[in-house]
Each structure stands twice: as C-alpha cells, then as structure tokens.
Design a protein around this ligand. Structure first.
Ligand code: C2O
Ligand code: CU
Ligand code: CU
Length: 459
C-alpha cells in the first residue's frame, strides 16, 4: 500500500519505488519490552545536575536464535538511557566519543544556544570529550538526542544511536507519570537485517531514506508489556531514518493524544490513527478500564502489531488527567509569512530554496527574540514527490496553517518537526530565543545528508 513505502506519497508506481520495503510481522517469539534506564546523575546540586553520556560500540541480540548484531549505543549496546531534564535547572552533560569515527550529540527539541546544540559544527573526534551546558527552560515534553556529524548521521542512528530526553516539571499534574509503570516510552524504528542478522548500513542504504521490514520498539522485536493501571501513557517517538508510521490499536478503538513534540496539546484529542513522520513524537493515553484481566491489546504501525499490552490489574490512578488541560487553548492565528522556504526533489537532488547544504554558508539571519512566520512549501515535480518532515533546531514552533486552513486538533501544540506533504504549504510560527547557528532540515536522515539542510544564524 501507499503508506508502507517510507514516505512516498504520490509515487506513480515504478520510478523511485524500486527497492522499497514493506513492513512485515515478525515470527520472533514475544519478549518483554525493554524500558530504557533513567540515567543517574553523577552529581546533583540545588541548581544543577551532572550527567555523563558516552557513545560506544556494542553487540545486541535482536533474535532469539543465533547471532549478535553489531550496534552502537549510548552508555550501552543499543539506544540509550532516559535523561531527565528538570525545567528551571542547569544540566551539564559530559559527552564522550568512544568510537573510532567523529560524532556529535544533538539535543533534538531543546531550546538552547547554538554552541551547545550538537549540530554538524560540534563534531567530537574519536576519544575526545566535551561538556555541554543546558539551561532547561521550556514546557515538559518528550524530546530525544541523536548524533549529527557531517555525512554519518543516518548511519550512526541506523546502527542504534538514539536516546530519550524528558523535560519534566513539578507542575505537571494529574497525568500518569510513574516511569516504566503507567508512563512508558516507545522508540519505534524500522530496520532491515542481513541474512546473518546484521544492520549493514552500506548495503541497505537508500538515497530516499533507509527503510526496513522489521519494527523494533525500544530496540526489541515483538515486545510485551503488563499494564496494571486503567490508563497507560505511551510516549511515542518515530526514530526511523525515513519511514512514516501510522499508529493504531489492534481493536480499532480510539486513544487520546495529549502531547506533541515539545509539550502538551491545548486540548486532548481522541484518534483512531496517528501518523508520525521521522523524529515526530506524541504522548498518547490508552484506556484499559474496559479490558478483562488477561486480555491483550496491541499497538500497531501500518497495521503491523509490534507491542502487545496485557491487562494485569485495574489500579485506580491518583488524580484526574483532564485537569492538566485547564488552560484556554492557544489560538493558532494566521498571519502573513515573513519568509518562504521551498523544499524540492528526491534522492540525491534534494534542495531547500534550490540550494544544497554548505557548512560555510548562512542561509537565514534573524535577530534574537524575534518572532517569525515561515511558509514551508513542498514543491512537487513530475513524479509527485515525497512528504518531507521539516525540522528546525533550537526552537519549538506552532503550526498556524496547512494550505490556508487551521491545522488538525492534534497538531495544536509545540512542535519542532512538521510533515509537509507534496504540494502543501505549511505556516509555522516561532520565536528565536537563543543565539548561535542552528540547522533546519528534512528529518529523512538521508535527505538531510544529501543536502536538504540550511543554516540559521540568530544574533
Ligand atoms: Cu533530530 Cu537536526 O535533528
Ligand atoms: Cu534537531
Ligand atoms: Cu525529505
């Protein structure tokens, strides 16, 4: 089907679709869903937390039988820990590169100065370390971190480098928030394994984005989770290199989206299907109160189940989560665009405003503190085109309009990535609070690497 091809929306058969890979259910036996460990700070003071994160090579057993797969991980073999970033605190992270190639640590979704952002200019050489300082001042939300070195971002993420950042705030009341119990993260990714169980990036690589047939959740195939409460909060991260994922429940029932990339929605939204493009996140609540004990309910992507929840208990949770939404909705009012950006092309010929990335060129200059509306236009070509997930570093933005109309209810929250369909114009509004040089790019990682990226300078 059209949705299973890693982002191609209007493809007219044949051209560009050769080699696309469909998602398939895996025969692997069920296993418990791994929950990333919360990272223990090395030190905590009244104002600050100190963490250490190292990038290392590892081996991971994806399969019940046989092989270990060569992987990359943060403080471990695959993916990384969950790092809590309390709002109002300063967080120092000592980042260490134990690979034999350069990398960088990018804090996707954090509103921080360009110098700490970990883009391609902040490469860390093999064996080197660097301390970053992150002053946490934004809404609580589910963010993530991943590498961003020139030319190797897509491969390093594919091999396992992605971790969770939770911006937290004491004032977030009523919502399920017991980590690993009624509040769980799900980093969902598609991967393609070689016959001998390896993630051979060079062989799998596809210029329009590497897609796989096997879904992994928190790094594991066919996972299970025991639910003990009436309401489960799931923090979904599409950590795929290129594939859009349409999430739904196996019983066809609705779930409730409560948060977007950078914080809570203005209002909770009931949905039967939710599409996330690469790097988009959503917190959802799933209601288990009508399930009998022992009953299963699976979360699926593009109709393929990947995590099965079993109702084990119906513990009443404290608080009423609807109370987290007492504030009046923020109006996403339309206003004239200050800038217009055009996304164009496919494969190696991907551009923003007709240009490919040049690390020595600043494409956009803005003043610190200014608020701008950008119109992002995905210009189609004869082949139709692809959806591009457009991401801006160092800000959270609001979506004002999609083709002149207000965005759907579940996009009325803080965003750092927005899907732009072929032919579509999306207006976003953001305030540039921090100074420095920031990237904006398509978050299909192979497009970003093929040059679909520009630089924004705030001063
Ligand atoms: Cu996930 Cu340049 O970002
Ligand atoms: Cu980013
Ligand atoms: Cu793209």
């Amino acid at each position: 089907g059209d949705r299973n091809d890693g982002g191609m929306m209007h493809g007219n058969g044949g051209m560009g679709r050769e080699g696309t890979v469909e998602l398939a259910a895996s025969n692997e036996p069920n296993q418990r869903l791994p929950i990333p460990e919360p990272l223990r700070p090395d030190r905590v003071t009244d104002e600050a937390l100190y963490y250490t994160v190292r990038i290392e090579r590892g081996e991971h057993r994806f399969f019940n039988q046989g092989v270990s797969t060569e992987t990359l991980g943060y403080n471990g073999n695959l993916l990384g820990p969950m790092i809590e970033l309390p709002a109002g605190k300063t967080v120092y992270i000592n980042t260490i590169n134990q690979l034999d190639e350069p990398t960088s640590f990018h804090w996707h979704g954090l509103v921080i100065p360009g110098a700490e952002d970990g883009g391609p200019h902040q490469s860390i050489a093999p064996g080197e370390q660097r301390q970053v300082r992150l002053d946490i001042d934004q809404e609580p939300g589910t963010l993530w971190f991943h590498p961003h070195p020139m030319g190797a971002t897509a491969e390093q993420v594919y091999l396992g480098l992605a971790g969770l950042l939770y911006v937290t705030d004491q004032t977030e009341t009523g919502l399920p928030n017991e980590y690993g119990v009624d509040d769980i993260p799900l980093i969902v990714q598609d991967r393609l394994f070689t016959a001998d169980g390896q993630l051979d990036y060079d062989r799998q690589m596809n210029i329009d984005g590497t897609v796989g047939d096997t879904l992994i959740a928190n790094g594991a195939i066919n996972t299970t989770f025991d639910v003990t409460t009436n309401t489960l909060r799931v923090r979904l991260v599409n950590g795929s290199n290129a594939r859009n994922l349409d999430f739904s429940l196996s019983n066809g029932e609705a779930f409730t989206q409560i948060a977007t990339d950078g914080g809570l929605l203005d209002r909770p939204v009931s949905l039967e299907t939710l599409t996330l493009t690469p790097s988009e996140r959503a917190d959802i609540l799933i209601d288990f109160s009508d399930l009998s004990l022992g009953d299963d309910l699976a979360l699926q992507a593009d109709g393929i189940p990947f995590t099965t929840f079993t109702a084990r208990d119906h513990i009443e949770q404290d608080g009423d989560w609807t109370e987290a939404f007492t504030e009046a909705p923020v109006a996403n009012e339309s206003s004239e665009a200050d800038r217009r950006l055009t996304l164009f092309g496919m494969g190696n010929m991907v551009t923003i405003d007709g240009k490919q990335f040049d690390p020595d060129r600043i494409d956009i200059n803005v003043r610190q503190g200014s608020t701008e509306v950008w119109e992002i236009y995905n210009r189609e070509d004869m082949m139709g085109g692809m959806t591009h997930p457009f991401h801006v570093h160092g800000v959270q933005f609001r979506i004002l309009e999609r083709d002149g109309k207000p965005p759907p209810d579940n996009e009325r929250g803080w965003k750092d990535t927005v899907a732009v369909a072929p032919g579509e114009k999306v207006n976003i509004e953001m305030t540039f609070r921090e100074t420095g040089t920031f990237m904006y790019h398509c978050h299909i990682l192979e497009h970003e690497e093929n040059g679909m990226m520009g630089q924004l300078k705030v001063d």
